[in-house]
Design a binder for this molecule. Sequence first.
Ligand code: NI
Length: 140
Amino acid sequence: MEPEQELMRIGVSLPDNLLTRFDEILSKRGYSSRSEGIRDAIRSYIRYYEWSSEVEGDRIGVISMTYDHDQRGLIDALADIQHEHLDVIRSSMHFHADKKTCLEVITLHGDAEEIKRVAEGLMALKGVEHLKLTTISTIK
Ligand code: NI
């Protein structure tokens, strides 16, 4: 537990469906208030960011991502990024998940900084819905 801190009040605008899904999860997990759920979500976002900034050195990695097949220009942009990072990208697998959703899995090996640049470049593209990067150190 962190020491007690003064609470700040913020106002956040969210799309209705995002809030509905968030509330459903909070209810399943037994949260007593939305504020507590949001605090936990922000903590895990910060932990994830800090974890990813500690990823360094020679790594093998997997990027898994889903994206909207109908997003104009996206498939070309995804291919461009992968061709720009040939030195770290080892393979990719494409799975047509449903009529409009593609799942792509990319394996990588190389310097962590470049692997993260690939992941961040892909994540920034409009139409990319979920992206997860997992890496493993090659140093035993
Ligand atoms: Ni597809």
